[in-house]
Design a binder for this molecule. Structure first.
Ligand code: XMP
Length: 506
């Protein structure tokens, strides 16, 4: 499929470039800056974008342009480090600098093909050390700031456009006009719309699967539910969707997911296994131990069901593009929690993986969910951890404690929706602590549990800040909880960011 290839030189904004292009309905993919020409050509590029990067082009071992890239004739948009690479490659000079220019600046002047249709003041986001000192032959300088005389340059004839600043970030408000101009120059048809993506995925699934059968695990989250719908559209009864109910979901959630998928016609089996999970979790208090047990039990139940309903050639998974980029980039974060082991199935099962969402971002999956008719409240739900409420109950997980937490959580989440605050926060949750304290209710003394509420703002869960929910709202929720959940007499609100805390308490 025709694309824009973004070559990554290590900029923190590389993914954002792809996001912006997709917002403009242009399909784009990220490849490493060290890719060779054959790898790039395999993506059928109509144009190339070179990302920024933290290095200086003078540093030993600094990444270079792929051999033959300039001769291949694709239009190129080179950003920051990319611009310096171009300058160096075609006869310009780059001025090294120890100092970084960082922040918003107004362009003193701008012109040229890339700035077509831009009017008025242009604010640009700069984040660079080195800069281009003399433009290469054939290049016209097309923008300047007070401190950067060559803030943009282009050789319109060859289709090479260079920007010292970042058009992809929100701090460059008119940056998308430049990206649109580049897309126009590339002649890429802008048909990356939810309807088109959906039709394309359906075609591809049919092609890949043929007349074979596909197994899919439903977790209740948006990715697997949407995948269920997509596969149902594509292959109907060749799909067997299995929802293992581990008994650790929110109030009414298992029913809701089941009802929605069944109404939409998905061939779904619900395996009610809550007793099995609870028995396995009996007496366990260590968070990692809980995760391990839940992961192990899940695999056992799921595999059993697969055997029962099998054989299957394919196992479908809702892997998303960020997971693909991350594993390709060898992104190595310290292991704080063993998140993604839950639900991961052993390779020995011998399935062929079917991952139709491998090229998509989460919000694109949400748009596809919309196209396929998944109800809004399932589509736009906050993230929810695989081990569910087990990691929100500090200490042992029991039926009674689950019941308390479910009621508290339901009051909190329903109130967020009622007050129109649900989408003001990225994730919200309640935690049942083992702490008991003294309270007074009517004329009597109480000695009951403390629950904590947590709501965070985040982009991807890697870092987060606590959401400043209105005090009036928090007061209402606390009153409702203590008023209707007799096991609880104290409500606290968690005001730590991540880091140093994590989002979940366990
Ligand atoms: P933490 O607590 O690590 O959470 O700050 C970051 C995001 O990951 C979710 N999370 C999990 N997801 N299995 C999952 O599938 C897990 O074991 C797990 N632990 C945390 C958490 O809800 C948040 O969105």
């Amino acid at each position: 499929m025709a694309s824009i290839v973004v070559l990554d030189y290590g900029s923190q904004y590389t993914r954002l470039i792809t996001r912006r292009l997709r917002e403009l309905n242009a399909y784009s993919v990220i490849l490493s800056g060290t890719s060779d020409l054959a790898q790039i050509a395999a993506q059928e590029p109509k144009g190339i974008i070179l990302s920024g990067g933290p290095q200086s082009v003078y540093a030993a071992g600094a990444p270079r342009l792929p051999a033959g890239l300039l001769e291949a004739g694709w239009p190129i948009l080179a950003i920051c480090y990319g611009m310096q690479l171009i300058a160096q490659a075609v006869g310009g000079t780059v001025k090294p600098s120890q100092l970084r220019e960082y922040g918003k600046v107004g362009l003193k002047s701008y012109q040229g093909e890339l700035f077509k249709h831009v009017e008025g003041e242009f604010v640009a986001w700069m984040s660079h050390g080195d800069s281009v000192e003399t433009a290469p032959p054939g290049f016209a300088v097309t923008a300047a700031t007070v401190s950067t005389p060559i803030a943009a340059m282009e050789d319109a004839e060859r289709g090479i456009y260079c920007l010292q600043f970042h058009p992809e970030v929100r701090h460059t408000p008119k940056g998308s006009v430049l990206l649109e101009n580049f897309l126009a120059r590339c002649g890429l048809s802008r048909d990356w719309t939810p309807e088109h993506i959906t039709q394309r995925l359906i075609r591809e699934v049919r092609q890949q699967v043929g007349s074979e059968r596909v197994l899919l695990g439903i977790s209740g989250g948006v990715d697997s539910s949407t995948l269920g719908l997509l596969l149902h559209r594509a292959i109907g009864p060749q799909l067997a969707a299995v929802f293992v109910d581990h008994g650790l979901l929110r109030l009414g959630e298992a029913d809701e997911v089941e009802r929605a998928l069944r109404e939409l016609g998905v061939n779904l089996t619900v395996v009610e296994a809550s007793e099995r999970f609870l028995t396995a979790l009996k007496g366990v208090t260590d968070p990692e131990e809980k995760r391990k047990i839940i992961g192990r039990e899940f695999i056992a139940v799921f595999t059993n069901e697969a055997k029962h309903q099998g054989p299957f050639k394919f196992l479908a998974q809702g892997t998303l593009y960020p997971d693909v980029i991350e594993s390709a980039g060898g992104h190595g974060a310290a292991k704080i929690k063993s998140h993604h082991n839950v639900g991961g199935l052993p390779k020995e099962l011998g399935f062929t993986l079917l991952e139709p969402f491998r090229t998509l971002f989460k919000d694109e999956v949400r748009e596809i969910a919309h196209t396929l008719g998944l109800p809004a409240h399932l589509r736009d739900r906050h993230p929810f951890p695989g081990p569910g409420l087990a990691v929100r109950i500090i200490g042992e997980v029991t039926l009674e404690r689950l019941s308390v937490l479910r009621r508290v959580d339901d009051i909190f989440i329903s109130a967020l929706r009622e007050f129109g605050l649900y989408h003001e926060t990225w994730q919200a949750l309640a935690v049942l602590t083992p702490l008991r304290s003294v309270g007074v209710m009517g004329d009597g003394r109480t000695y009951a549990h403390t629950v904590a509420l947590r709501a965070v703002s985040s982009v991807d869960g890697m870092t987060a800040d606590w959401t400043r929910l209105p005090h009036e709202f928090l007061a209402t929720v606390a009153n409702r909880i203590v008023g209707s959940v007799p096991e609880v007499n104290r409500v606290v609100y968690d005001i730590t960011s991540k880091p140093p805390a994590t989002i979940e308490w366990e």
